[in-house]
Design a protein around this ligand. Structure first.
Ligand SMILES: *Cc1c(COP(=O)(O)O)cnc(C)c1O
Length: 340
């Protein structure tokens, strides 16, 4: 099966997100290997576009990514554990300090320039605003916080976190301030501050799925195709696949494709998803297997043909019950990958 990745779409999505942020710089989250699509390729492409700030989760991810292009900064969101200090002090990336322990560790090592995460309500990583005193004497490059509910624009949490972050900005000196992920970047200028940090939307995710502006501004990046490795005739009353969960009402033709849950095409698509060739749409019949699925087809489909998966992440998420984030990050390692 093939995974084709559209570098122009990635670049266009970044430019669109940058515009949403007004005067703010636009960074890029490339954690989890660029949301499963390829962090190295994403960094190189977006750096050429003008992106100067990248984010990974861990020092292992930073090391795997390798040298960054000139003039480009990398930040490690999980901060520094004791075991991370050699990597962190090597200067390959900046830590995002999250806890009193991490701040003390960084200060004791004389670590230099760093980023800091303040928790404004999510209760995930970050110092509480009341711990700001611990930061005295640190050279903070980017002071950031993270939104819990930005994909629900009307959620009261957004305004609450914005107000807390405004107060933090008055209290803690830093070169730059950053609050917004993809969905936050679409909440309007007040959320942009100096730097936005989109991830999902770069890769074709639509943070608020029914938002027309986002739908027209963001292009799919990943295209998945699978090959027909057998076509069979199924008689009326016969079943297809594990558990015999689908039974043919009438005689029909079924194509078997070489993709399955080991490729991140999870079982939520059993009897639910569909595949395409041109304008023809072929529904999945039966359960998704580890390496195979069955789709109901017409006479035109032959062994050796390639069928394409719908590229619209919001509708795939709806059909499968997975989030758009999961759909991307679970893609396995067996695809023939090609960036265009
Ligand atoms: C993952 C992450 C982002 C990007 O979030 P998206 O919702 O994918 O845009 C930004 N900031 C932090 C701290 C993150 O962990």
């Amino acid at each position: 099966m093939r995974l084709t990745l559209d570098g122009d779409a990635l670049a266009a999505n970044w430019r669109w997100l940058r515009t949403q942020g007004g005067a703010a710089a636009c960074g890029a989250a490339v954690k989890a290997d660029g949301y499963g699509l390829g962090a190295r390729e994403a960094v190189d492409r977006l750096a050429r576009e003008g992106c100067r700030d990248f984010f990974v989760s861990s020092w292992a991810e930073a090391a795997t990514l390798g040298a960054m292009p000139d003039g480009v900064a990398l930040s490690v969101l999980h901060g520094v554990r004791e075991a991370d200090m050699p990597a962190a002090l090597s200067g390959m990336a900046r830590p995002v300090l999250n806890s009193a322990e991490q701040v003390a560790r960084w200060k004791a090592a004389g670590g230099g320039s760093c980023d800091v995460m303040i928790d404004t309500g999510m209760n995930r990583l970050g110092l509480r605003p009341g711990e700001a005193g611990l930061l005295d004497g640190l050279a903070i490059e980017t002071l950031m916080s993270h939104l819990a509910c930005a994909d629900e624009p009307d959620h009261p949490m957004n305004a609450r976190q914005l107000a807390r972050f405004e107060a933090v900005r008055q209290a803690i000196p830093a070169k730059r301030y950053s609050l917004a992920n993809s969905a936050g970047t679409c909440l309007g200028g007040a959320y942009a501050f100096d730097l936005t940090r989109p991830g999902l939307a770069l890769y074709g995710g639509v943070p608020v799925a029914d938002d027309a502006a986002q739908r027209s501004g963001l292009r799919p990046v990943a295209s998945i195709e699978a090959e027909v490795i057998q076509v069979r005739d199924v008689e009326a009353e016969e079943s297809v696949g594990y558990g015999a969960t689908w039974v043919a009402g009438l005689p029909c033709r079924v194509a078997i494709l070489n993709i399955g849950y080991a490729d991140g095409y999870l079982r939520g698509f059993s009897n639910a998803g569909s595949w395409r060739s041109g304008d023809a749409v072929y529904p999945i019949v039966g359960r998704v297997s580890m390496d195979l699925i069955a789709v109901q087809v017409g006479q035109e489909v032959r062994e050796g043909d390639w069928l394409a998966l719908d590229r619209d992440l919001p509708s795939l998420a709806r059909v499968s019950g997975l989030s758009q984030y999961e759909l991307l990050t679970v893609l396995g390692h067996r695809y023939q990958r090609r960036w265009t």
